[in-house]
Design a protein around this ligand. Structure first.
Ligand code: CMP
Length: 133
């Protein structure tokens, strides 16, 4: 099934000029970038975006981090895009990410893990709507 999902290139990866490499990796793996923009969000916007994590101990640091510098937000589109994107990203903690995945290649730590991706079709719709109204 053709799906849409949201991908974010996080501040650590934008700062290291990894944007083009990450975009090419998605396209080479048959995920089309159908919308894209570079933004810098406020801490309040980060709180809203990550509100599913609001009870987690890392919530505040996570929101500080996402709002700390420019990010690139993209809509990825393709066959099984949600799962495909998650496979291409690899495990949340780069230490556990499989060889060849984005987080294995570029992630620095569980916080600075270079990319975010929606975890379900429904969350994908919510997250896409958050950035591309
Ligand atoms: P992301 O896929 O963007 O979703 C939430 C983020 O919280 C996650 O990537 C990590 O960067 C960050 N995070 C920090 N600590 C943890 C943790 N213990 N478990 C899961 N995510 C964490």
């Amino acid at each position: 099934m053709i799906e849409k999902t949201l991908s974010i290139i996080k501040p650590d990866a934008v700062e290291r000029n990894l944007e083009d490499k990450i975009k090419s990796f998605f396209e080479e793996n048959n995920l089309k970038i159908s919308n894209i923009k570079k933004v810098k969000i406020s801490k309040e916007e980060a709180f809203e975006f990550y509100k599913v994590h609001q009870t987690k101990p890392f919530y505040n640091d996570l929101c500080n981090y996402l709002s700390s510098g420019p990010i690139v937000v993209m809509v990825l589109e393709g066959e099984n895009a949600v799962l495909k994107n998650r496979e291409l990203m690899g495990a949340t903690d780069p230490k556990n990410a499989a060889e060849g995945t984005l987080r294995k290649k570029y992630g620095l730590s569980i916080d600075k893990n270079s990319v975010h991706g929606s975890d379900s079709i429904d969350n994908g719709k919510t997250e896409i709507n958050f950035f591309f109204k």
